[in-house]
Each structure stands twice: as structure tokens, then as C-alpha cells.
Write a protein that binds this ligand. Structure first.
Ligand SMILES: *Cc1c(COP(=O)(O)O)cnc(C)c1O
Length: 233
């Protein structure tokens, strides 16, 4: 477990250094520990160092972990593609869903969220590059979706999630993150009254510095924190 401790401290160090280097407010970037394909023991270990936000990409896999770790006050984030037959798990077990890209899913989450729970925090997954993955919504459609979601009382729109194409140079990485930042500002202006839009979820193990340079408020780190994931069968 010493490795995990070192990796956790290393990631925290990278975040704090990037905040300084790129003149961000101290502690303004929140670390989401991406624990997909990691064991409960590893999650508990990172938790013991003070980490509270954990991210999962597969609903069924997450369900087992969340139930096993229900005594820990973990804030669970869903960041994977959403199948409509899995929305109940998300509505009942998660605090955040970052990967909303259509109204049908948002409506189901709203209808399935218990009255006794706080509203589910939502980010819209934005796609800017046409050659990008299947997931994500275009900026224009995202503004309409945001307005529609603001009518759903059990959802709270908090911002956007970005998964840009992989780039190797810091300059290229920054260029694409900057475009997401621009859109995030547009969305905030569009939603004026909804001042709870405070989240720009972008940056992973290989590009967290570039994301922080361009205004990320939440970065999603798996590999640098936990080590390589086992291949998913
Ligand atoms: C797996 C995953 C991550 C973590 O990626 P790493 O490169 O391992 O840090 C972040 N975001 C999403 C959406 C993911 O699916």
C-alpha cells in the first residue's frame, strides 16, 4: 500500500504545483479519484488519506463497491457512458453524474431520484471534435438541454465534462481545453440565474496540468493514482 500512498501524494503535489504555476486559487481544483477496475481495499486506502470523491464508469461494477463501502462517507461520481436500463442505479447510489448527453436520460434520473435525497448533481458531457467518441453533445444542443434540465427538480446542473482527443504536447492539450473553457463561460451566461454552475470537469492522468492551466475545477485521475487498470474482459 506504500505505492498507493506515494502515488496519492504525488498527484496532490502535481495539482498544487499546477495551481501555483498557472495562477489558480490555492485548492480550487478538486481531485476525483477514478476507481473503476480498482479494489475496495485500494479505495479504502486512498480514502484513509482524506480523499472523498471517487469516480466510476460502469454502473454494475460500481453498485457492488458502493454497497460494500457504504459505511464510508464517500461522494460517488458516475463518469461513464449511460445505458437507459442502468439509470436507477445512478439515481439511487450516486451523488454526481458527469456524462449526461441526452434529455431522456436526464428525465429518467430525475424521475427515479428519491424525494428524500438531495438533487443529483449533473454535468453535461460536451463534444467539440467531430471525430470524437460517440458520447457527448454538441455545444448548441447542450444549451437547449441545460434549459430543459433546469426544469427538473431532482437534478442540479453543475457544469460540463470534457474528454478531448488525446494530444501529447502541452500546447495542443491547452488549445482544446481552452475551447471547453470558452463553452463553459457561454453556458454560465446562458443559465444566468442558475449560479450553481461551478464545475468544469476535465483533465486526466496525462493532461492534468494543461486542464488546470485552462480552468478545470475538477480533474479525474485514475492511472496516476492507482496504477494501471487490469484489462476489462
Ligand atoms: C478512466 C477515466 C478517467 C481516468 O483516466 P486516467 O487516464 O486513468 O487518469 C477519467 N475520465 C473518464 C471519463 C474515464 O473514463
Amino acid at each position: 500500500m506504500q505505492n498507493l500512498t506515494d502515488q496519492y501524494l504525488q498527484v496532490q503535489h502535481r495539482i498544487r504545483q499546477a495551481e501555483i504555476k498557472f495562477k489558480r486559487e490555492p485548492d480550487s481544483v478538486r481531485l476525483l479519484a477514478v476507481s473503476k477496475q480498482q479494489t475496495n481495499t485500494a479505495i479504502e486506502h486512498i480514502f484513509s488519506h482524506g480523499q472523498r470523491d471517487f469516480g466510476e464508469s460502469y454502473a454494475q461494477e460500481a453498485l457492488g463497491k458502493i454497497d460494500a463501502l457504504q459505511n464510508l462517507p464517500i461522494c460517488w461520481h458516475f463518469i461513464g457512458p449511460i445505458q437507459s436500463n442502468k439509470t436507477r442505479i445512478l439515481a439511487e447510489k450516486f451523488d454526481w453524474v458527469h456524462s449526461i448527453d441526452r434529455f431522456k436520460i436526464a428525465k429518467r434520473l430525475n424521475d427515479q431520484r428519491s424525494e428524500n435525497f438531495k438533487p443529483l448533481n449533473i454535468c453535461l458531457q460536451i463534444k467539440l471534435d467531430s471525430e470524437d467518441s460517440k458520447s457527448g453533445i454538441t455545444p448548441k444542443a447542450a444549451l437547449e438541454l441545460a434549459t430543459a434540465i433546469s426544469e427538473l427538480p431532482k437534478l442540479c446542473l453543475r457544469g460540463i465534462m470534457a474528454i478531448p482527443l488525446k494530444q501529447t504536447s502541452l500546447t495542443d492539450q491547452r488549445k482544446s481545453f481552452a475551447r471547453f473553457y470558452e463553452f463553459w463561460l457561454t453556458l454560465k451566461a446562458h443559465m444566468q440565474q442558475q449560479s450553481q454552475i461551478d464545475t468544469l470537469s476535465m483533465g486526466m492522468s496525462n493532461d492534468l496540468e494543461a486542464a488546470i492551466a485552462e480552468g478545470a475545477t475538477m480533474i479525474r485521475i485514475g492511472t496516476s493514482l492507482f496504477g494501471q487498470r487490469k484489462a476489462k474482459e
